[in-house]
Design a protein around this ligand. Sequence first.
Ligand code: SF4
Length: 289
Amino acid sequence: MATFLFDKIIFGPVHSRRLGISLGVNLLLPTAKLCNFDCIYCECGWNGDHRGGSFNTKEDVLFALQSKLSEMALEGELPNYITFAGNGEPTMHPNFLEIIDGTIALRNSVAPLAKIAVLTNATMIDREDVRAALLKIDRPILKFDSAIQSTVELINQPAKKRTVDQTIELLKLFGGQIIIQTMFIRGCYKGVTYDNTTPQEVAAWLDAIKEIAPREVMLYSIDRDTPDSGVRKVSREELEQIAKRVEALGITAWVSEFLRKFNSILGIKQKVLYKGCEVQIKLSFQIFA
Ligand code: SF4
């Protein structure tokens, strides 16, 4: 399937009616994917197809961000969001805390109204420095796709072995200051069917959400090609039904535009690569206008 990697440290800006102007930060080198999950739905593709990669240095990341923010300031168009996403798991960067500190300093001096978000798979939150970094930003968005161990192992394929109960205990350490993101999908992988929207899955997941007590839950499904072709999308209506059950717990829940926004960036780029073009496109366009 047509998956791909980000080729720059900074991507965007992307405009959306609801979220304003967003800038993305990719900590991985252009040809690399580095993640300790290997999700069957990952739009960057399988880990095995992009081995040998490494992280951009802290200095390069902060220089690229500073340059972009300065350029945007000159144009009078500062971002509303600076979001860490990209070719893999950002919290695996050895200098993640320092990068967050540097980003906060840049944000405060150049774009004080911008919110900082990190999309993470939550595998590194057993590290105190990673938890500290996530607690410093405005929107720490942590992945929790299922409360059933066999489902996590099938759809996320974690390299780092941890039980769901251990993950829940770690997520509780944030004292309700995090946002949980859950990818809802169904399909068949290596002859095993999965569906994290079944009554049993949703009941276990809701119990976990209640225990973790995040400040928000973001629900989404696939929008683009996935490395395994057997992954099936869950409809917006089904996601909204699950979101209502989260709201009934007194927790804000929404079917995510925020995550779909980045998927849209991927989709545009994917089309260009598919045509075999070398053209650099400027990722500045209206997505949800
Ligand atoms: S955690 Fe994110 S980057 Fe890592 S494999 Fe899953 S979707 Fe891809």
